[in-house]
Write a protein that binds this ligand. Structure first.
Ligand SMILES: [Ca+2]
Ligand SMILES: [Ca+2]
Ligand SMILES: [Ca+2]
Ligand SMILES: [Ca+2]
Length: 333
């Protein structure tokens, strides 16, 4: 009896520890911990789309839970384009502008233009809170720059998620090199201290793959109510291995892959039980040889043409396939 009590106590402690660890490490870093993606990438607007960035801009949203009352910072790691991490073309001449927006017009649930997927429509919606241009500057090479402090209520309030939403836009305003960078949402400017319950998402994910064909990268789109099927699109995958879709109900569906400067697309059926959870898009690199410096773009929309969000910290956790033995599900192509 006493032994059983101790075991239950131990399980309880482990459970609490797991919760604490997840609160501390998820949702704050972009790319997220579970994604295993080394960097986001945005090229200068004079770059070639065949280098893997289709539009020379990237948009991310941060959600701050309404119960969080302190100030916070949006930190950019390696905001410069030069020195370490970045992708040179000839010589470094790229200038990149990072801009933070809050207020009405930011929330992409209420304002579709804010998502940045409508051709020719301005996505710089909301109030500009901070902005800075970075060139080839050793002061910011391999280091963080902190935007802020911001007050949570400067964001655009979203009732469904009970969170204030902020947006950060990265634009390659000149030059042709690729700026590689990461974000971190922090309570302090000079360290990385997460905001509990915060998250980050985008609608069109442009990122760099590892130069290591043993590594697998992931992105986690959230399947909202009413989704019956989704259309996946991937750009400039350089024929680099396979892309698999995994969920509790999908052991691994392969999707058509792009090669050089082109898009590949397909439809993926969604089971009712996958609604309200995340899918796991897995990016497995080619094993025969190493495709170096692969930058890729991924976007998804549902059957109504609405874009799906990719969360840095998957909502509902990382989905794990669970074989169904009683009900055999036949995947439709
Ligand atoms: Ca750099
Ligand atoms: Ca250049
Ligand atoms: Ca950089
Ligand atoms: Ca590529």
């Amino acid at each position: 009896m006493k032994g059983e009590k101790i075991t239950r106590y131990k399980i309880f402690i482990i459970f609490i520890l797991v919760i604490i660890i997840r609160l501390d490490l998820t949702g704050q870093a972009v790319p997220g911990k579970d994604e295993n993606i080394p960097f986001l990438v945005t090229f200068g607007k004079n770059g070639e789309t065949s280098w893997g960035d289709n539009d020379f801009s990237s948009i991310f949203f941060f959600t701050i839970p309404k119960d969080f009352k302190q100030q916070f910072y949006i930190k950019v790691f390696d905001p410069d384009c030069g020195g370490e991490h970045d992708e040179i073309q000839g010589f470094f001449d790229t200038r990149t502008m990072f801009s933070v927006y809050g207020g009405k017009g930011v929330d992409p649930d209420k304002n579709e233009a804010s998502r940045g997927l409508l051709p020719g429509v301005d996505f710089k919606t909301g109030n500009l809170l901070a902005s800075r241009v970075f060139g080839n500057d050793s002061r910011y090479d391999n280091k963080y720059y902190s935007f802020g402090p911001f007050n949570p209520t400067e964001g655009d309030y979203n009732e469904k998620w009970q969170s204030y939403i902020f947006k950060i836009i990265c634009e390659g305003i000149s030059g042709d090199d690729g700026n590689l960078y990461r974000y971190f949402l922090s309570r302090v400017p000079d360290a990385e201290q997460p905001v509990e319950g915060a998250n980050a998402f985008t609608y069109e994910y442009t990122f760099r793959m590892w130069n290591d064909n043993k590594s697998v990268s992931h992105i986690y789109p959230y399947v909202d109510t009413g989704v019956v099927w989704i259309r996946q699109r991937n750009f400039d995958w350089d024929d680099d291995g396979t892309i698999l879709v995994v969920s509790r109900y999908k052991q691994g569906i392969t999707v058509p892959i792009s090669n050089e400067d082109d898009w590949a697309m397909s439809r993926i059926p969604i089971e009712p039980a996958e609604v309200g959870k995340s899918l796991d898009f897995q990016f497995h690199k080619k094993q025969e040889y190493l495709v170096r410096n692969n930058n890729v773009v991924v976007s998804l929309e549902n059957q109504r043409g609405d874009a799906l969000k990719f969360y840095s910290s998957p909502i509902g956790g990382v989905p794990v396939y669970q074989p169904v033995t009683t009900i055999r599900k036949i995947q439709k192509k």
